[in-house]
Ligand binder design. Structure first.
Ligand code: BO1
Ligand code: ZN
Length: 267
Protein backbone atom coordinates (compact mmCIF):
# COMPACT_ATOMS: atom_id res chain seq x y z
CA UNK A 1 0.00 0.00 0.00
CA UNK A 2 1.01 3.65 0.23
CA UNK A 3 1.71 3.49 3.95
CA UNK A 4 4.18 1.65 6.14
CA UNK A 5 4.92 0.99 9.78
CA UNK A 6 8.63 1.55 10.24
CA UNK A 7 10.72 2.24 7.17
CA UNK A 8 13.06 5.23 7.59
CA UNK A 9 11.13 7.32 5.06
CA UNK A 10 7.71 5.70 5.34
CA UNK A 11 6.33 5.17 8.81
CA UNK A 12 3.31 5.81 11.01
CA UNK A 13 4.34 9.41 11.66
CA UNK A 14 3.71 10.19 7.95
CA UNK A 15 0.28 8.56 7.76
CA UNK A 16 -1.70 11.77 8.26
CA UNK A 17 -0.07 13.39 5.20
CA UNK A 18 -2.06 11.10 2.90
CA UNK A 19 -4.78 10.02 5.34
CA UNK A 20 -5.99 13.02 7.32
CA UNK A 21 -8.17 10.91 9.66
CA UNK A 22 -4.97 9.54 11.18
CA UNK A 23 -4.44 12.81 13.06
CA UNK A 24 -8.03 12.91 14.37
CA UNK A 25 -9.24 13.14 17.95
CA UNK A 26 -10.46 9.57 18.60
CA UNK A 27 -7.59 7.48 17.27
CA UNK A 28 -6.67 3.92 18.23
CA UNK A 29 -4.93 2.14 19.84
CA UNK A 30 -4.58 3.68 23.30
CA UNK A 31 -2.92 2.79 26.56
CA UNK A 32 -5.69 1.74 28.93
CA UNK A 33 -5.23 2.94 32.50
CA UNK A 34 -7.09 0.25 34.44
CA UNK A 35 -7.63 2.36 37.56
CA UNK A 36 -9.26 5.15 35.54
CA UNK A 37 -11.80 2.94 33.76
CA UNK A 38 -15.31 4.10 34.57
CA UNK A 39 -17.88 1.56 35.82
CA UNK A 40 -20.69 0.73 33.40
CA UNK A 41 -22.97 -2.11 34.34
CA UNK A 42 -24.62 -2.25 30.92
CA UNK A 43 -21.49 -3.96 29.57
CA UNK A 44 -22.90 -7.48 29.42
CA UNK A 45 -21.21 -10.56 27.99
CA UNK A 46 -20.42 -10.60 24.26
CA UNK A 47 -22.00 -13.53 22.41
CA UNK A 48 -20.80 -15.25 19.25
CA UNK A 49 -23.22 -16.93 16.95
CA UNK A 50 -20.92 -19.44 15.35
CA UNK A 51 -21.43 -21.50 12.27
CA UNK A 52 -19.23 -23.44 9.94
CA UNK A 53 -17.79 -21.16 7.40
CA UNK A 54 -15.61 -20.84 4.34
CA UNK A 55 -12.65 -18.73 5.32
CA UNK A 56 -9.80 -17.31 3.33
CA UNK A 57 -6.45 -16.63 4.98
CA UNK A 58 -4.30 -14.07 3.23
CA UNK A 59 -0.98 -12.29 3.56
CA UNK A 60 -2.08 -8.79 2.48
CA UNK A 61 1.36 -7.26 2.99
CA UNK A 62 0.22 -5.70 6.27
CA UNK A 63 -0.92 -8.64 8.38
CA UNK A 64 -2.51 -12.09 8.22
CA UNK A 65 -6.14 -11.50 7.37
CA UNK A 66 -8.78 -14.21 7.69
CA UNK A 67 -12.00 -13.30 5.86
CA UNK A 68 -15.21 -15.11 6.74
CA UNK A 69 -17.72 -15.81 4.02
CA UNK A 70 -20.88 -15.25 6.08
CA UNK A 71 -22.95 -16.38 9.00
CA UNK A 72 -21.00 -15.38 12.11
CA UNK A 73 -22.50 -12.61 14.24
CA UNK A 74 -21.81 -11.00 17.58
CA UNK A 75 -24.32 -9.52 20.02
CA UNK A 76 -24.58 -8.32 23.61
CA UNK A 77 -22.04 -6.07 25.27
CA UNK A 78 -24.30 -2.99 25.08
CA UNK A 79 -23.60 -2.77 21.33
CA UNK A 80 -26.36 -1.23 19.21
CA UNK A 81 -27.76 -4.57 18.05
CA UNK A 82 -26.02 -7.41 16.26
CA UNK A 83 -22.92 -6.96 14.12
CA UNK A 84 -21.72 -9.28 11.33
CA UNK A 85 -18.25 -10.77 11.77
CA UNK A 86 -16.29 -9.93 8.62
CA UNK A 87 -12.68 -10.78 9.27
CA UNK A 88 -10.00 -11.23 11.89
CA UNK A 89 -6.30 -10.45 11.81
CA UNK A 90 -3.29 -10.03 14.07
CA UNK A 91 -0.73 -7.48 15.17
CA UNK A 92 2.66 -8.55 16.50
CA UNK A 93 6.22 -7.51 17.20
CA UNK A 94 9.21 -9.73 16.60
CA UNK A 95 8.73 -13.16 18.11
CA UNK A 96 7.48 -13.80 21.60
CA UNK A 97 10.20 -11.63 23.17
CA UNK A 98 9.58 -8.34 21.30
CA UNK A 99 5.92 -7.62 22.06
CA UNK A 100 3.64 -6.08 19.45
CA UNK A 101 0.10 -5.69 20.74
CA UNK A 102 -1.56 -2.40 19.75
CA UNK A 103 -3.44 -1.61 22.95
CA UNK A 104 -1.47 -1.60 26.16
CA UNK A 105 -2.82 -1.86 29.71
CA UNK A 106 -1.06 0.21 32.37
CA UNK A 107 1.86 0.40 29.95
CA UNK A 108 2.10 -3.37 29.43
CA UNK A 109 2.44 -4.49 25.81
CA UNK A 110 1.53 -8.11 25.08
CA UNK A 111 3.29 -10.29 22.46
CA UNK A 112 0.36 -10.15 19.98
CA UNK A 113 -3.19 -8.86 19.59
CA UNK A 114 -6.07 -10.50 17.72
CA UNK A 115 -8.69 -8.20 16.16
CA UNK A 116 -12.11 -9.55 15.22
CA UNK A 117 -13.78 -6.98 12.95
CA UNK A 118 -17.58 -6.74 12.81
CA UNK A 119 -19.86 -4.39 10.88
CA UNK A 120 -23.46 -3.28 11.33
CA UNK A 121 -25.72 -5.50 9.19
CA UNK A 122 -26.88 -2.57 7.02
CA UNK A 123 -23.39 -2.31 5.50
CA UNK A 124 -23.43 -5.86 4.09
CA UNK A 125 -20.00 -6.68 5.51
CA UNK A 126 -18.35 -3.79 3.67
CA UNK A 127 -15.80 -2.35 6.11
CA UNK A 128 -15.14 0.85 4.17
CA UNK A 129 -18.89 1.61 4.01
CA UNK A 130 -19.26 0.91 7.73
CA UNK A 131 -16.24 3.15 8.31
CA UNK A 132 -18.37 6.19 7.38
CA UNK A 133 -20.60 5.58 10.43
CA UNK A 134 -19.22 6.62 13.86
CA UNK A 135 -20.32 3.24 15.30
CA UNK A 136 -20.38 1.26 12.04
CA UNK A 137 -17.63 -1.13 13.17
CA UNK A 138 -17.36 -3.13 16.40
CA UNK A 139 -13.81 -4.41 16.84
CA UNK A 140 -12.92 -7.00 19.48
CA UNK A 141 -9.32 -6.97 20.68
CA UNK A 142 -7.77 -9.96 22.43
CA UNK A 143 -4.29 -9.93 23.90
CA UNK A 144 -2.10 -12.94 23.26
CA UNK A 145 0.30 -14.00 25.99
CA UNK A 146 3.00 -16.69 25.96
CA UNK A 147 1.83 -20.02 27.35
CA UNK A 148 4.50 -22.17 28.91
CA UNK A 149 5.04 -25.46 27.11
CA UNK A 150 4.89 -26.31 23.44
CA UNK A 151 2.05 -26.36 20.96
CA UNK A 152 0.79 -29.83 21.94
CA UNK A 153 -1.18 -28.26 24.80
CA UNK A 154 -2.75 -25.70 22.48
CA UNK A 155 -6.34 -25.45 21.25
CA UNK A 156 -6.59 -27.28 17.94
CA UNK A 157 -7.65 -24.04 16.22
CA UNK A 158 -4.30 -22.38 16.90
CA UNK A 159 -2.33 -25.30 15.50
CA UNK A 160 -4.59 -25.55 12.47
CA UNK A 161 -4.66 -21.82 11.72
CA UNK A 162 -0.89 -21.34 12.07
CA UNK A 163 -0.26 -24.37 9.85
CA UNK A 164 -1.44 -22.22 6.91
CA UNK A 165 1.22 -19.55 7.44
CA UNK A 166 3.78 -21.55 5.47
CA UNK A 167 1.42 -21.31 2.46
CA UNK A 168 1.08 -17.53 2.57
CA UNK A 169 4.70 -16.37 2.95
CA UNK A 170 4.46 -13.65 0.28
CA UNK A 171 2.11 -10.72 -0.21
CA UNK A 172 -1.22 -11.64 -1.87
CA UNK A 173 -0.77 -15.37 -1.16
CA UNK A 174 -4.05 -16.80 0.12
CA UNK A 175 -5.63 -20.15 0.94
CA UNK A 176 -9.29 -21.04 1.48
CA UNK A 177 -10.50 -23.58 3.97
CA UNK A 178 -13.78 -24.80 5.37
CA UNK A 179 -13.59 -24.12 9.09
CA UNK A 180 -15.52 -27.21 10.12
CA UNK A 181 -13.42 -29.52 7.97
CA UNK A 182 -10.21 -27.77 9.02
CA UNK A 183 -10.93 -28.12 12.75
CA UNK A 184 -11.13 -24.37 13.29
CA UNK A 185 -13.57 -22.22 15.24
CA UNK A 186 -13.37 -18.69 16.62
CA UNK A 187 -14.70 -19.88 19.99
CA UNK A 188 -11.88 -22.43 20.27
CA UNK A 189 -9.33 -19.78 19.21
CA UNK A 190 -10.37 -17.61 22.17
CA UNK A 191 -9.81 -20.43 24.68
CA UNK A 192 -11.17 -19.74 28.16
CA UNK A 193 -11.11 -15.94 27.98
CA UNK A 194 -14.09 -14.41 29.77
CA UNK A 195 -16.28 -12.53 27.28
CA UNK A 196 -17.69 -10.43 30.16
CA UNK A 197 -14.42 -8.85 31.24
CA UNK A 198 -13.36 -6.06 28.93
CA UNK A 199 -12.74 -2.36 28.39
CA UNK A 200 -14.91 -0.28 26.05
CA UNK A 201 -14.08 2.99 24.31
CA UNK A 202 -14.71 4.82 21.03
CA UNK A 203 -11.82 4.87 18.58
CA UNK A 204 -10.67 4.26 15.04
CA UNK A 205 -9.18 1.82 12.56
CA UNK A 206 -5.54 1.38 13.62
CA UNK A 207 -4.25 1.54 10.04
CA UNK A 208 -4.88 4.05 7.25
CA UNK A 209 -7.38 5.43 6.45
CA UNK A 210 -7.83 5.50 10.30
CA UNK A 211 -11.60 6.13 10.13
CA UNK A 212 -13.11 7.14 13.46
CA UNK A 213 -15.85 4.54 13.19
CA UNK A 214 -14.95 1.86 15.73
CA UNK A 215 -16.56 0.80 18.99
CA UNK A 216 -13.60 -0.94 20.65
CA UNK A 217 -13.95 -3.84 23.08
CA UNK A 218 -10.59 -4.89 24.55
CA UNK A 219 -10.71 -8.04 26.64
CA UNK A 220 -8.83 -8.17 29.94
CA UNK A 221 -7.82 -11.84 30.00
CA UNK A 222 -5.17 -12.77 27.42
CA UNK A 223 -5.39 -15.83 25.17
CA UNK A 224 -2.46 -18.11 26.00
CA UNK A 225 -0.52 -19.31 22.98
CA UNK A 226 2.72 -21.31 22.95
CA UNK A 227 5.98 -19.54 22.08
CA UNK A 228 6.58 -21.70 19.00
CA UNK A 229 3.25 -20.70 17.42
CA UNK A 230 3.70 -16.99 18.27
CA UNK A 231 7.18 -17.04 16.74
CA UNK A 232 5.81 -18.48 13.47
CA UNK A 233 4.21 -15.13 12.50
CA UNK A 234 7.43 -13.11 12.56
CA UNK A 235 9.63 -15.86 11.11
CA UNK A 236 7.44 -17.04 8.22
CA UNK A 237 5.71 -14.09 6.59
CA UNK A 238 7.19 -11.44 4.29
CA UNK A 239 5.91 -7.91 3.70
CA UNK A 240 6.52 -8.10 -0.02
CA UNK A 241 7.05 -10.70 -2.69
CA UNK A 242 10.11 -8.92 -4.05
CA UNK A 243 12.07 -8.51 -0.84
CA UNK A 244 13.02 -10.90 1.91
CA UNK A 245 11.85 -8.46 4.61
CA UNK A 246 10.16 -10.47 7.34
CA UNK A 247 6.80 -9.10 8.49
CA UNK A 248 7.62 -7.80 11.97
CA UNK A 249 6.45 -4.99 14.26
CA UNK A 250 3.05 -4.62 12.60
CA UNK A 251 1.44 -2.42 15.23
CA UNK A 252 0.69 1.26 15.62
CA UNK A 253 1.94 3.15 18.66
CA UNK A 254 -0.58 4.33 21.25
CA UNK A 255 -2.53 7.49 20.51
CA UNK A 256 -3.65 10.36 22.71
CA UNK A 257 -6.75 9.44 24.73
CA UNK A 258 -7.75 13.13 24.98
CA UNK A 259 -11.08 13.47 26.77
CA UNK A 260 -12.25 9.95 25.99
CA UNK A 261 -13.71 7.68 28.65
CA UNK A 262 -12.81 4.00 28.94
CA UNK A 263 -15.60 1.97 30.50
CA UNK A 264 -15.55 -1.40 32.20
CA UNK A 265 -17.98 -3.58 34.10
CA UNK A 266 -17.27 -3.65 37.81
CA UNK A 267 -19.38 -6.02 39.86
S1 BO1 B 1 -8.22 -2.62 12.87
O1 BO1 B 1 -8.95 -3.68 13.50
O2 BO1 B 1 -8.49 -1.30 13.41
N1 BO1 B 1 -6.66 -2.89 12.98
C1 BO1 B 1 -8.70 -2.59 11.19
C2 BO1 B 1 -7.99 -1.85 10.30
C3 BO1 B 1 -8.39 -1.81 8.96
C4 BO1 B 1 -9.48 -2.53 8.53
C5 BO1 B 1 -10.16 -3.28 9.44
C6 BO1 B 1 -9.77 -3.32 10.77
N2 BO1 B 1 -9.91 -2.50 7.22
C7 BO1 B 1 -9.30 -3.13 6.13
C8 BO1 B 1 -10.22 -3.08 4.93
C9 BO1 B 1 -9.56 -3.74 3.76
C10 BO1 B 1 -8.24 -3.10 3.50
C11 BO1 B 1 -7.43 -3.15 4.75
C12 BO1 B 1 -6.09 -2.50 4.58
O3 BO1 B 1 -8.10 -2.52 5.82
O4 BO1 B 1 -11.38 -3.77 5.17
O5 BO1 B 1 -10.38 -3.64 2.62
O6 BO1 B 1 -7.56 -3.76 2.45
O7 BO1 B 1 -6.16 -1.18 4.21
ZN1 ZN C 1 -6.12 -4.63 13.75
Amino acid sequence: PSWCYHLPSCNEFNWAKNYSNCSGTRQSPINIVSESAKPNNNLSEIHFENSSNIMSIENNGETVNVTLESGVKISGGDLSGEYDTVQFHFHWGNGSSVPGSEHTVDGKRYPMELHIVNTKPIYNRNIMEAAKDPIGIAALGFFIEVMSGNSTGQPESWRNLTSYLANIKEKHNNVSFNSAAAGFSLKDLLGNVSLSKYYRYLGSLTIPPCNEAVVWTVFKEPIKVSKDLIDLFSTTLHFNDNTSQLMTNVYRSVQNQRDRIVWTQRS
